[in-house]
Design a binder for this molecule. Structure first.
Ligand SMILES: [Zn+2]
Length: 429
């Protein structure tokens, strides 16, 4: 018998409604009740919050094929360092995860080298080319938790309709990177003052909103579950809010950068602020926050997208899109949503654990007795400064370097094993 007792913390478990000081006993990988035995390892967590392991619904682990950017080992090390016990992995790898063999490889690789749970997604279309549907039933059998062409957006409404019909049949959510390429073509920054001043090609908000609208209509028509990924504009929030009022099964996803940064950050052509969709205006940020608070946007993701430094250290329009996020997201969300007074701690933690677990059917996201012991211990008050040199991720492309944050994960357990300890070490990588 293997027992760990997390002693004296504030237990916050939105799934059961428990929010009180107490102990959490873990026995053989599960949350247990009763008394700890004499041989139990006791970890004192007074003054800290003990909650269900955080789940990130949007991560790029880059394996197979792009292991110079990130691997299952380094990506999951970054996850547990940031308090995440599970990540949902995007399929834009090399080869693209458009068939059951790649999914099987990813699952095995994650088991052998990872320190967090990895739930793969499959693509919507073969090769993410947007022409021909991937074998959605076989992907489902191989164990994907959703389908997405993330990085690309299915341009054909007809193909998207058929994807949604199949997805509904197999009860798989469809995650969409919303970008009408006839409107965004070649764009790298928000359309407005800064695209004009810097002379950079514009990626206007309307390119996202057109696809969000399409997805609302197709979700209504097919009854499929759709998530609009990394939402960036006020218009997208309004469209989604109206759709949800009508009972359509559509959800939105927020990222730390779109919730906190504006397009003036591209002023110095710093590619750490180049992401897809691009940073928008202060009015967009304000509406995105309102959308998160009122439940229009329920997913709090990272869109962790590591790249090599040499890839990012080029001209702005040449650099790849994307920023890392696993090691800063919790601090950003606690600082910007909880400490700012916008949302209670329990609500934010529930959005980052119970909600994604339920939505994707992961069977985690709670500290109820008998549950798999995925546990995050955090210090909601700890002040710290983001230093990319300390990241476990191979990616250094953060837009938050030097930012002071309040709140940090201090201990992470996956399947009952301590994977990130109180000394800040990743264990078992
Ligand atoms: Zn995307």
């Amino acid at each position: 018998m293997n027992e760990i007792l997390l002693q004296g913390g504030l237990v916050v478990d939105p799934a059961t409604g428990r929010e009180a000081k107490g102990d959490i006993l873990i026995r053989d990988g599960k949350i247990a009740d009763g008394k700890a035995g004499k041989s139990a390892v006791v970890v004192k967590v007074e003054g800290l919050v003990v909650t269900a392991g955080l789940i990130d619904p949007h991560v790029h682990l880059r394996e197979p094929g792009q292991s110079a950017k990130e691997t299952m080992a380094t990506g999951t090390a970054a996850a547990v360092a940031g308090g995440f016990t599970s990540v949902i992995a995007m399929p834009n790898t090399s080869p693209v995860a458009d068939g059951p063999n790649t999914i099987a490889w990813m699952k095995q690789r994650a088991r052998e080298t990872g320190v967090a749970n990895v739930f793969p997604t499959g693509t919507i279309s073969m090769g993410q080319k947007g022409e021909q549907l991937a074998p959605i039933g076989s992907l489902r059998q191989a164990g994907v938790v959703a389908i997405t062409d993330d990085g690309h957006c299915i341009q054909s409404a007809e193909l998207m309709r058929r994807a949604l019909e199949y997805a509904r049949m197999f009860d798989l959510p469809v995650l969409d990177h919303c970008e009408d390429r006839s409107l965004s073509a070649g764009g790298v920054v928000n359309e407005g003052k800064w695209s004009r001043i810097l002379g950079l090609p514009a990626w206007p908000g309307i390119a996202e909103e057109v696809i969000v609208s399409r997805n609302v209509l197709l979700a209504e028509l097919t009854g499929a579950r759709v998530v609009c990924q990394h939402m960036s504009t006020a218009g997208s929030v309004r469209i989604l809010r109206e759709a949800k009022k009508r009972g359509i099964l559509i959800e939105g996803e927020a990222s730390p950068h779109h919730l906190t940064l504006t397009d003036d950050r591209v002023e110095g052509y710093d590619t750490s602020f180049k992401m897809n969709p691009p940073l928008r205006t202060a009015a967009d940020v304000e509406e995105l926050r309102r959308g998160v608070v009122d439940g229009t946007i329920r997913f709090l993701a990272t869109d962790h997208a590591p790249h090599c430094s040499y890839e990012k250290e080029v001209e702005f329009d040449e650099a790849p899109f994307g920023v890392v996020g696993l090691e800063t997201a919790l601090g950003i969300y606690l600082t910007e949503l909880v400490h700012s007074g916008l949302m209670p701690l329990g609500e934010v933690l529930g959005r980052m654990s119970m909600f994604p677990s339920t939505y994707f059917g992961l069977g985690r996201g709670t500290l109820a007795v008998g549950a798999t012991a995925d546990v995050t211990v955090l210090d909601p008050e700890r002040k710290w400064v983001v230093k990319k040199s300390e990241f476990k991720s191979l990616g250094r492309n953060t837009p938050f370097e030097g930012r002071e944050l309040r709140g940090r994960a201090v201990l992470t357990m996956v399947d009952g094993k301590i994977r990130h300890d109180l000394d800040g070490r990743v264990v078992g990588a």
